[in-house]
Unconditional design. Structure first.
Length: 215
């Protein structure tokens, strides 16, 4: 597949859902992809990318930023508090805020630096023990806690369990966001982004369908 094809499928999904064409942000997930593939997608005009590890992003994106203007990076993988400062310098958005300790660290860094990446709270909609994210029944309280800390919460993010129907999880995430007055929904990947768009996704995270399979 290719960037062009994903963009046209995204446009079609928006049309089918009666949504404006520009209402969904495509995040091209470049984790573990060879540089040549990333360069090719940059040369096709894509500027919004997702990485799941701070270290990997720190290794490859400063170089690309010297060559291409307007790059916007989203952190979509777990963030350790001791990497938060480094993440502040690299990412315009963090999709994986999921615990009070991290929220407090981010709030402190925001005070200190005078800026803050846009934030999504990750919700473990499948309640999977091995997966990151706040449990659905704790989401409301955690959102409130983040607001008390004055954090710029843009919305919620989820990664549905692989063996379950993703639309149930997208719908649940949308419900939690709506009752908390949050408009951002980071959901949908290569295999299910059309259904995420139908259920209100504002940010889809597509990797292999754009770049090809990862090693
Ligand atoms: C890797 C990853 C993606 C992209 O997955 P694809 O199936 O390659 O589209 C999306 N979201 C998260 C959190 C990821 O880690």
């Amino acid at each position: 597949m290719s960037l062009t094809e994903i963009n046209s499928r995204l446009a079609q999904a928006c049309a089918d859902a009666g949504r404006a064409p520009g209402s969904v942000t495509l995040i091209a997930v470049s984790k573990m992809q060879p540089d040549a593939r990333v360069v090719s997608v940059l040369n096709q005009g894509q500027r919004i990318f997702g990485e799941n590890r701070v270290q990997e992003a720190a290794g490859k994106w400063p170089g690309f930023r010297e060559q291409y203007d307007g790059i916007e990076l989203h952190l979509i993988g777990p963030l350790q508090t001791n990497k938060a400062r480094q993440a502040f310098g690299l990412f315009q958005s963090i999709h994986t805020l999921d615990r009070p300790k991290l929220a407090k660290t981010i709030a402190r860094l925001a005070q200190e630096t005078g800026h803050c990446p846009r934030l999504f709270i990750q919700v473990n909609t499948g309640q999977e023990p091995q997966k990151a994210g706040v449990m659905p029944e704790q989401a409301d309280a955690f959102i409130t806690e983040c607001r008390v800390l004055d954090l710029p919460i843009e919305g919620l993010m989820c990664i549905p369990p692989t063996e379950e129907e993703p639309s149930l999880h997208f719908a649940l995430l949308g419900k939690i966001a709506a009752r908390n007055g949050l408009s951002g929904l980071s959901m949908g990947m290569s295999g299910d982004f059309e259904s995420a768009v139908a259920l209100g996704a504002t940010h889809i995270r597509v990797g292999s369908a754009i770049f090809g399979a990862r090693d």
